[in-house]
Design a binder for this molecule. Structure first.
Ligand code: ATP
Ligand code: MN
Length: 458
């Protein structure tokens, strides 16, 4: 395979004869030469190509190259006299692979709004910002796997089609082959492929618990789906989640792992995605790099839900949603706490049982559960987790309260009947993480093909 531009720029192997392929970003003609800026997606920086007018296809092709054309170039790498680049490639041959008609090619040299680009899902990764997001996202995925491998975790693949609504929130997409004809049935009739109601998973947690109760430390990293009609800058209908689940682990151990994971991931991208992060820092979110570095260097703050409510009640500020013990914290509350009060990531623990799912472990007080959410400046909730209820009786009581049919969860209850063990885990929303690391305002820009209500173009 040919060398990629990032490798060529790193090695700066002056004098080497190379072949390189990519897309033309710009062409400028001057003094009998054309200067092409070539990118191949491997890094933010392009490679400057010098094409002499003596080249055979100079007039017929090279002078007609425009933004977006693809080319293969042979040439020799030389020291560059120009500022801002160490090397450039002096072309001995330029072969055009694909033209891009400048009359219709939608990506012009000027900056396009992210909203405009969303309607060009098939071309937007050719822009600097979206390509940088894709590289950072890919690096983060790799780092997630490194982190868990280094700590003895096994990756398990949990099903995308499930028959249990983990969050019990009724935000599931139904899966059926029946189309419109299932109207007569109650959704559980003979038309149903699985013989019962099935949906796209909202979380792999319950199945991950099964494997944690056999392998000890496991994690899932896959797509999840929520039919929530929330048109916010932090919600998608399809998003990816990282969900570790650990046997013989309590809430404190769970929090420690989540904090380690976040700090590890930030340190990793700071080390490996420097140029992309500098671009985000410069054009998207000023001060980004310093903020990420601070998170790496500093412990997270930790408070209980009850302390959080006290802080909010004492706040010198009027919230849109009034505060009292028992409410679910809203985004404005979460952001006030981690941005204004603590100025760093914050772990909030021990939420009221009534606002949390049935599987979270009841605390001794009988009214709070061993839950923990991690809130980060600019985003709000990025991690939601808990120690799980490993005792059969309290779990049955919680399920009854939540109106869940214990027959249907027989398999989940069996885990408490046979060799039950304390265990804990959490879900880290992968796109919220990418948003946090890149400073991108809208979550739709950090997933290659966003799905939101009314939107799924390709
Ligand atoms: P929120 O209150 O922000 O809607 P949640 O309480 O519904 O979050 P959980 O069910 O705990 O979230 O899911 C775990 C993590 O998944 C969240 O901390 C968040 O990072 C992410 N997440 C949840 N819903 C979405 C969504 N619709 N789009 C993208 N990420 C999400
Ligand atoms: Mn939600």
């Amino acid at each position: 395979m040919q060398q990629q531009i990032c490798t060529i720029l790193n090695r700066a192997d002056v004098g080497a004869e190379l072949v390189v392929s990519g897309w033309v970003r710009t062409r400028r003609d001057s003094g009998g030469f054309s200067f092409l800026e070539l990118t191949d997606g491997s890094c933010l920086t392009g490679l400057q190509i010098i094409a002499d007018q003596e080249l055979a296809n100079y007039v017929t092709e090279i002078k007609k190259l425009t933004t977006g054309c693809s080319v293969e170039i042979s040439g020799q790498l030389q020291d560059s006299p120009a500022k801002g680049q160490a090397v450039e490639l002096v072309a001995s041959a330029v072969r055009v692979l694909g033209w891009a008609d400048p009359e219709t090619y939608p990506l012009q040299k000027k900056r396009h709004s992210f909203e405009f680009l969303r309607n060009l899902s098939h071309l937007r990764p050719r822009t600097n910002a979206l390509a940088a997001v894709a590289r950072v996202r890919g690096r983060l995925a790799l780092a997630v796997n490194h982190f868990f491998a280094e700590r003895g975790f096994i990756q398990v693949h949990t099903p995308i089609i499930t028959t249990s609504d983990c969050e019990g929130a009724g935000e599931m997409f139904q899966v059926t082959t029946a189309g419109g004809q299932s109207d007569q049935s109650d959704g559980q009739g003979q038309h149903e492929f699985f013989g019962r109601r099935a949906g796209l998973t909202v979380s792999g947690q319950l199945q991950a618990e099964v494997y944690a109760q056999a392998l000890g430390r496991v994690y899932t990293f896959g797509p999840t789906f929520r039919a929530e009609n929330s048109n916010t800058s932090r919600h998608l209908a399809e998003f990816w989640m990282i969900e570790p689940e650990m046997a013989f682990c309590d809430l404190a151990c769970n929090m420690a792992l989540a904090e380690d994971l976040l700090r590890y991931l930030l340190a990793d991208v700071l080390e490996h995605c420097g140029p992309d992060l500098q671009m985000f820092d410069r054009f998207i979110d000023k001060g980004l790099i310093a903020r990420l570095q601070q998170v790496v260097d500093q412990d997270f703050a930790r408070i209980t839900y009850t302390e959080a409510v006290d802080q909010l009640l004492a706040a010198d500020r009027l919230f849109e949603f009034p505060v009292s013990w028992g409410i679910d914290l809203q985004s404005e509350h979460e952001r006030y706490l981690c941005e204004d009060v603590y100025g760093r990531p914050l772990i909030v623990t021990n939420y009221p049982a009534a606002i949390k799912p049935f599987y979270m472990r009841m605390n001794e007080d009988g009214r709070t559960v061993a839950a923990m959410d991690i809130l980060v400046p600019g985003i709000g909730e990025i991690v939601g987790g808990s120690q799980r209820e490993e005792r059969l009786e309290p779990l049955l009581a919680r399920m009854e309260e939540a109106g869940l049919d214990s027959e249907e969860y027989g398999w989940y209850l069996d885990l408490r009947r046979y060799g039950t063990a304390p265990h804990a885990g959490f879900g880290l929303g992968f796109e919220r993480l990418v948003q946090y690391v890149t400073g991108m305002q809208n979550i739709r820009e950090v997933i290659p093909f966003p799905r939101t209500p009314g939107f799924a173009p390709c």
